[in-house]
Structures are given as structure tokens and as C-alpha cells.
Design a protein around this ligand. Structure first.
Ligand code: ZN
Length: 214
């Protein structure tokens, strides 16, 4: 953990350790971002606080220090940035556990997207949905299918024992092993990813039941 924090401090020379409790380590200061998106170039520093969990069960998060307008859709009222869905970050951490990698893939692009949105009035890569719609969208991207089939694959992951010779829940007509097998196994063999999938599936189903009951 010490090494992971030191790596962040090395990468962000204008940030420093602030505080810690049993769950999080807080690092604050300025994050300097020099990045471009399409024709737009951003070279600016942002006052932020990073909250790094001590356990890998939790995800790090960022609280903005007043740079992002409060009416921007992707910021919570407490100033926490809506960076991405949890499953997107869990998958990214499974691939690369470095916090610097996380900053480069989620935090820096967040600010570039924000500035781009402010300047051009639209998102560079299309808007991301919120709440459970955003979660479904993540799984659609992960599995490269539509929403209905993403839910079928998620259902397979959460409830079924892996059987490669069965037909794939995406309804391609192929067997699981010749279709989404690799992705399904990735979920089933990584407890942290599996746990997030179960949580997301429950959230989505609950909202659907609520919507149906109305
Ligand atoms: Zn499939």
C-alpha cells in the first residue's frame, strides 16, 4: 500500500498526504493535466482530493476542489466525481492495480471531457447514462451486445455454473466456449469482479421491479 501511495505522490508532485482513517488515505493538492482530446488540448491544474481505500474491496474516489460546475451532470452534490461505473473501474484494477494507471484512465480523462463539454456543449464520445442505465451500458460495452442480452449474460454469470458446451446466453447460436466463454470465465474466476457483477445485477433488477410496480 505504501508503495502504491508513493507512486501517486511521485506522479503528482503537487499533491501530498493529508489524512488517514481505518478505511481511506486522503491525498490532496493539485493535479496537473496535459492532455488532448480530438482537436482540444488541455493544460491545466486542478485542486482535488483523492481517497485511496486501504482494502482492495473498495474503490478510490476523487472529490473536486471547486473546478467543476455544480450543474455538470457527472458530479455528485458532495463534490465527488462520477468517474465511471464501479464495474469499469473494478475491471481496470484487475488488469492493472496501479493508482497512477487509474488516474490516467479515469481522473485525467474526466477533466478533459469536462472542459471539452464546457467549450463545445457536447461530450467528445457521447454522454454516459446515469444510475442503473449507466450500469447496463457498461455491461453492453463489456460484452459487446444490446441491453437485453447483456442482462442474459449477467444472469448466466451470477446464477449458472460454467458449462462451455451450453448455448451462449447472447443467443448467437454458438456454444459458450466459442462465444462469451472467456469473458464469463473472467468474471467467475475473479471474486472481486464477480462480487461487483452480483451487486450490479441486484441493483438493476430492483429498479426494474420498482419501475414495473409503478
Ligand atoms: Zn455469446
Amino acid at each position: 500500500m505504501e508503495r502504491r501511495i508513493q507512486e501517486v505522490l511521485d506522479y503528482c508532485p503537487d499533491m501530498h498526504f493529508v489524512n488517514e482513517n481505518d478505511i481511506y488515505i486522503e491525498i490532496s493538492g493539485r493535479l496537473n493535466i496535459y492532455r488532448s482530446i480530438e482537436q482540444y488540448v488541455l493544460n491545466k491544474s486542478y485542486k482535488i482530493s483523492l481517497f485511496i481505500p486501504k482494502s482492495e474491496e473498495k474503490l478510490p474516489y476523487v472529490v473536486d476542489g471547486g473546478s467543476v460546475d455544480k450543474d455538470y451532470p457527472h458530479i455528485y452534490t458532495n463534490g465527488q466525481l462520477c468517474l465511471a461505473t464501479d464495474i469499469d473501474m473494478v475491471l481496470a484494477f484487475e488488469e492493472n492495480s496501479s493508482l497512477v494507471n487509474w488516474i490516467q484512465h479515469f481522473v485525467e480523462p474526466y477533466y478533459v471531457t469536462y472542459e471539452y463539454y464546457k467549450r463545445y456543449g457536447e461530450y467528445p464520445e457521447g454522454d454516459r447514462a446515469h444510475g442503473e442505465d449507466g450500469i447496463v451500458q457498461s455491461y453492453m460495452d463489456i460484452f459487446s451486445v444490446d441491453g437485453r442480452h447483456a442482462m442474459r449474460i449477467l444472469d448466466e454469470i451470477v446464477y449458472e455454473i460454467y458449462r462451455g458446451h451450453h448455448l451462449c446466453p447472447c443467443e448467437s447460436g454458438k456454444t459458450i466456449r466459442n462465444c462469451h466463454g472467456k469473458t464469463i470465465l473472467q468474471f467467475k474466476t475473479h471474486p472481486r469482479i464477480m462480487e461487483q457483477a452480483m451487486k450490479d445485477y441486484t441493483v438493476i433488477l430492483e429498479r426494474w421491479v420498482e419501475a414495473y410496480a409503478r
